[in-house]
Design a protein around this ligand. Structure first.
Ligand SMILES: [Zn+2]
Length: 108
C-alpha cells in the first residue's frame, strides 16, 4: 500500500514550480504532486486529494457538471426558523434588527 495519492488537479503537472521537476537532464518533466494519504475518515477533506486550493478549483471547474450529475439538487432545501424583530439600543441611535433563530426539530 502506498502512503500517498496523486493530486487530482487536472493541471497540477503544468504548474512551473521546482518541487514538480523530475527526471534527468535532457528528459525532465513537471510531475503531478503527491498528497499524503489520509488514513482516518474524520480527517478527509479537499486537502486529502489536492495539493492546493488552486488544484481543487481547477478540478471543480473542470468536472462540476459530472459532480452535479452525481448529487443533483432537484428541489429546494429548507431550514425551519423563528423570526423576530428586536429593538437594539446603540450609542449611534436605536434601530430594529431582524433575528433569525433555527428551530431544532430533532431535540424538540
Ligand atoms: Zn496539485
Amino acid at each position: 500500500m502506498s502512503n500517498f495519492v496523486w493530486c487530482h488537479g487536472p493541471s497540477c503537472h503544468k504548474s512551473h514550480t521546482q518541487d514538480r521537476i523530475r527526471g534527468v537532464k535532457g528528459s525532465k518533466v513537471l510531475r503531478t504532486k503527491k498528497v499524503a494519504k489520509v488514513t482516518q475518515d474524520r480527517w478527509t477533506n479537499m486537502y486529502s486529494f489536492f495539493c492546493s486550493q488552486g488544484c481543487y478549483n481547477d478540478f471543480a471547474n473542470t468536472y462540476v457538471r459530472e459532480i452535479i450529475a452525481l448529487h443533483p439538487r432537484t428541489e429546494a432545501l429548507e431550514t425551519p426558523i423563528n423570526v423576530t424583530r428586536e429593538k437594539v439600543d446603540s450609542r449611534y441611535g436605536d434601530y430594529m434588527e431582524t433575528k433569525i433563530i433555527a428551530v431544532d426539530n430533532n431535540g424538540g
